[in-house]
Design a protein around this ligand. Structure first.
Ligand code: FES
Length: 186
């Protein structure tokens, strides 16, 4: 009898046990499943985060055009929409908030019987008014410093500039400035 029986498996031929292949396939399918899960969770998370960000911002703009600078009267002008007092003295301008620092009522300007000149932030400021709050009686001097009542701090001063396109006075209600701020036009 020959050693080379064609029906007997070759001793050198690799045996392919189908049970050995199964763990690889299971492994592959498991990894595929985990990968798909990670992608799905990631996509869901990204969609949730995106939903928190609005497509359009409806915040009110903080920069507002107030009108032609040259047309502001000398002295004080109240702008109710911005709750703002704009002062002009010749070619210099400054703006003081009309929002009381106690609980936010609108302060009223009261004319002084005699204008005062006061050193404010290193420069002279002509005070023609003081401010009074109708809600709880706080008062402020003409440069916005709180002088009596529950108001905890001075009225805010805001940055003024001139629009380059049409020469209008512009206020930035998000940009508080020191009390020595003056916009001086040429
Ligand atoms: S809100 Fe002005 S004093 Fe209270």
């Amino acid at each position: 009898m020959s050693d080379t029986d064609p029906n007997s498996p070759s001793p050198t031929a690799p045996e392919t046990d189908s049970r050995d292949a199964r763990p690889d396939r299971r492994d592959f399918l498991l990894r595929l499943g985990i990968g798909a899960g990670v992608v799905a969770v990631g996509a869901q998370g990204a969609a949730s985060l995106r939903a928190l960000v609005p497509n359009v911002s409806y915040d009110a703009p903080t920069t507002v055009k107030l009108g032609a600078a040259r047309e502001f009267p000398d002295g004080l002008k109240f702008l109710p929409d911005q709750r703002l007092y704009v002062f002009r003295e010749g070619n210099t301008y400054h703006a003081i908030s009309a929002v009381c620092t106690h609980l936010g009522c609108t302060v009223r300007a009261e004319a002084l019987s005699q204008p005062e000149t006061r050193e404010v932030g290193g420069s002279a400021l002509r005070l023609t008014h003081r401010f009074a709050c109708p809600c709880h009686g706080s008062t402020y001097s003409g440069d916005g410093v709180n002088s009596s009542g529950p108001a905890p701090r001075p009225l805010a001063w805001y940055r003024l500039s001139v629009a380059p396109d049409d020469g209008q006075l512009v206020v930035d209600l998000a940009d508080e400035v020191d009390r020595d701020f003056r916009l001086t036009l040429a």
